[in-house]
Design a protein around this ligand. Structure first.
Ligand code: ACO
Length: 372
């Protein structure tokens, strides 16, 4: 029997998971039963990553051990540094992480010495190291030390980028955003990771493929695209007229809309609060005011609401993070969710291989070259 499938598998339940619910009670998002707002407000990214990967919140002692373990995993092998040095400064940072992840898989191959959980922790701990080793070397030939003493992944990221330990408010803002980006059920990149894992491929292949899926502007790449839109306007009034033009031309406005949420994204208010706080701290409300105007026009004209990517753009900008580094932050955070899904997929594996409705020609006879 054939049925017409909704395009893009919208609304199709493609499997079971105990990791996350999206939009179950209205517009909620829960990681293993805990609301994302509680996790972002009261906890740290390391607690969330532990929850996703190990299945429970860590005790105080477990958290301390986990933080120390992650801290010890920030260094890069010499061979990986040599490979990163070959990547030109013009490369996109997402391509650097995709390549770095795959390259590490040739040096610390999955097996008895490197278990799936160890690799998950290793990648989360050293993605920022890869990124900024390449960044500083390709820009200025500087070979930076990536093993910092920062307490968190967020602080390590900002430290390597700017060359100094960040103020606590900046590290906390980035930390909250990592919690918000950590996990989101069967989104495109996570589903990609599960498909790769379902072939019994290795952990690095699944994460490398997921990075590729995340890179596109309909998924993770939207935070970069949102920033480009916001900073193309100089005032809220100009944003209003510019946006109406774009809508009249039926253009997609990046950072708005969602496949699952229909009236709001529960992560958006949390990151919007951070965006406001950082704008106030930096005494520059311009991007925030432009963003708020865009938000109100999108609701008035299209009943579309900002997703997590929209206010992440201005928040990251106020952390002085280059725009093309926005989606790599998403990679660092989402590695925790991808890892949880790969582990879950492997625990009860079945090859993911859906069918398709055929729309091509009926069976026909082979034609020799001189008859075509
Ligand atoms: N700007 C303008 N119109 C939009 C937008 C948008 N951002 N999003 C949806 N629409 C319109 C569509 O054009 C479509 O209109 P139509 O019915 O007149 O053709 C209608 O709303 C339904 O949209 P779909 O694209 O069918 O919705 P879908 O569920 O397939 O897409 C998606 C969801 C991809 C997120 C979409 O809203 C979009 O492209 N948004 C912009 C990209 C973006 O922000 N991505 C980030 C996703 S969240 C994340 O990764 C953290």
């Amino acid at each position: 029997m054939t049925t017409t499938k909704p395009s893009g598998l919208a609304g199709i339940v493609a499997g079971e998971t105990a990791i996350c619910t999206v939009g179950h009670e209205g517009n909620s998002l829960n990681y293993r039963g805990y609301s994302v707002s509680d996790l972002a407000e009261h906890g740290t990214f390391e607690e969330t990553a532990y929850l996703l990967i190990y299945g429970k919140l860590p005790t105080k002692t477990e958290l301390k051990q986990y933080q120390d373990q992650l801290k010890a995993l920030r260094g890069l092998p010499q061979n990986l540094k040599a490979m990163l040095e070959q990547i030109p400064a013009s490369a996109h940072p997402m391509d650097v992480l995709r390549t770095g992840c795959s390259a590490l898989g040739t040096l610390e191959t999955e097996g008895s010495e490197h278990s799936q959980i160890n690799i998950a922790n290793r990648l989360m701990a050293c993605f920022a190291s890869m990124l900024f080793y390449w960044y500083h070397f390709s820009k200025s030939g500087r070979r930076i030390e990536t093993q910092t003493e920062d307490a968190s992944i967020a602080s390590h990221f900002l430290h390597l980028l700017h060359g100094s330990v960040p103020e606590p408010i900046f590290a906390s803002a980035l930390d909250a955003s990592l919690v918000l980006y950590a996990e989101h059920e069967f989104n495109a990149s996570t589903f990609t990771a599960r498909v790769v894992a379902s072939t019994l491929s290795d952990f690095y292949s699944a994460i490398t493929a997921a990075i590729g899926a995340l890179r596109g502007p309909l998924h993770g790449g939207a935070n970069e695209a949102a920033m480009e839109l916001i900073e193309s306007f100089h005032s809220a009034d100009q944003a209003e007229s510019g946006l109406l033009d774009l809508l009249a031309k039926k253009q997609l406005i990046m950072g708005f809309g969602h496949r699952v949420y229909k009236t709001s994204d529960p992560r958006s208010q949390v990151i919007k609060n951070w965006s406001r706080k950082l704008s106030e701290k930096n005494k520059n409300m311009s991007l925030f005011e432009i963003s708020e105007r865009i938000e109100s026009i999108m609701w008035r004209e299209k009943k579309l609401f900002p997703n997590l990517d929209f206010y992440s753009a201005s928040a990251y900008h106020h952390l002085n993070i280059p725009t093309n580094m926005f989606t790599p932050i998403f990679v660092i955070a989402r590695t925790s969710g991808w890892a949880a899904h790969i582990i879950e997929q492997r625990a009860n594996n079945k090859l993911i291989r859906p069918g398709a409705d055929y729309t091509g020609p009926a069976p026909r006879d082979w034609l020799p070259l001189d008859k075509r």
